[in-house]
Design a protein around this ligand. Structure first.
Ligand SMILES: NC(=O)c1ccc[n+]([C@@H]2O[C@H](COP(=O)([O-])OP(=O)(O)OC[C@H]3O[C@@H](n4cnc5c(N)ncnc54)[C@H](OP(=O)(O)O)[C@@H]3O)[C@@H](O)[C@H]2O)c1
Length: 85
C-alpha cells in the first residue's frame, strides 16, 4: 500500500519504519525537507521524501503525525482545504 507520512518526528519514525519493513511504499513529508530526507534515508526500503503536500498526494492513506499545535498548519500545507485529504 502507498502510505503518505505527514511529519518527521517519533511517530513518523516508529510507524514508518515498521510499515516499510512490512513492504509498504512510503513517502515522508515534512515542513523541513532535510528532516524528511534524513528520515526516509534512515527508514530505507525505497522510502521517498518531500513536502507535506507531496506526501498527502502520494498515499492511498495518510498518517498525520505532527505535534497537536501544528495540526491545522500541516493540514493546510498538505492541501486539505482544497480537498486533497
Ligand atoms: N510519541 C508517542 O508515543 C505518541 C503516542 C500517541 C500519539 N502521539 C501524537 O502523535 C503526534 C506526533 O508525535 P511525535 O511524538 O511524533 O512528536 P515529535 O517527535 O515531537 O514530532 C512532531 C512533528 O510535528 C511537526 N510539526 C510541528 N509543528 C508543525 C507545523 N506547524 N507544521 C508542520 N509540522 C509540524 C514537527 O516538525 P519539525 O521537526 O519540523 O518541527 C515534527 O515532524 C502528536 O500529536 C502526539 O501527541 C504521539
Amino acid at each position: 500500500m502507498r502510505i503518505g507520512v505527514l511529519g518527521t518526528g517519533r511517530m513518523a519514525d516508529a510507524l514508518g519504519t515498521q510499515w516499510a519493513r512490512a513492504g509498504h511504499d512510503l513517502f515522508i513529508g515534512g515542513r523541513s525537507r532535510p528532516k524528511a530526507q534524513a528520515l526516509a534515508a534512515r527508514i530505507g526500503h525505497g522510502a521517498r521524501a518531500g513536502s507535506l503536500r507531496e506526501a498527502a498526494g502520494f498515499g492511498e492513506v495518510a498518517l498525520l503525525a505532527v505535534a497537536y499545535e501544528g495540526v491545522e498548519a500541516a493540514l493546510e500545507a498538505a492541501g486539505a482545504a482544497e480537498g486533497t485529504l
